[in-house]
Design a protein around this ligand. Sequence first.
Ligand code: ADP
Length: 158
Amino acid sequence: MTAVYPGSFDPVTYGHLDIIRRASVFTDRLIVAVLTNSAKSSFFSVEERLDMLSAATDGMEGVVVRSFSGLTVDFCRSVGSNLIVRGLRAVTDFESEFQMALTNRELAGEVDTIFISTSTKYLFLSSSIVREIALYGGDVSAMVTPGVAERLTRRFKG
Ligand code: ADP
C-alpha cells in the first residue's frame, strides 16, 4: 500500500520524522510530499526542504520524498495512492485536520485520511517554533536533525 504524507515541512522536525517512522511500518511506500503551493509563503525554498527531508529520511526503507502543487487528492491519484497520513498533536490540531480530511473525501471518495498521534515528547513541537527559537540563537538540537539545525544557523547568521 502506498500512502502520502503531505505537509510544508518548513523545516522537517523530529515530530514529522516520528510520524514518518510510524507510518512507514504499515505502508509499502510512504511518499513524503512537500506542498509547493505559492499562496503559502515559506521560509525555506522547496529545494532546501526536499534536501533536508531526503537527508533526514536517508536509509528509511520505503520512504520517498517528492514535491507537488495543487490538490493533495490529485497528487494521490497521480501516484496511485488512496491513503493520506497526517500527524496529530494536541486537540487543537483536530478541527482543521478533520475539516481537511472531510473535504478531501468530498473531492475524492476513494481517498481516506488516517491520523497518527505523535509521541508526547513532540507534542509541542512545530516548524514555526523551531524557526523562532533558531532566530534568537536558541538550541534546537532536540527538535531537528543536525543538518537542519546547521541550515537554520547559517540562514539566520546570513
Ligand atoms: P502543514 O503546513 O500542512 O500543517 P506541516 O509541515 O506543519 O504541514 O505538518 C505536516 C503534518 O505533520 C501535519 O499533519 C501536522 O499535524 C504534522 N506534524 C507537525 N508537527 C508534528 C509533531 N510535532 N508531531 C506530530 N505531527 C506533527
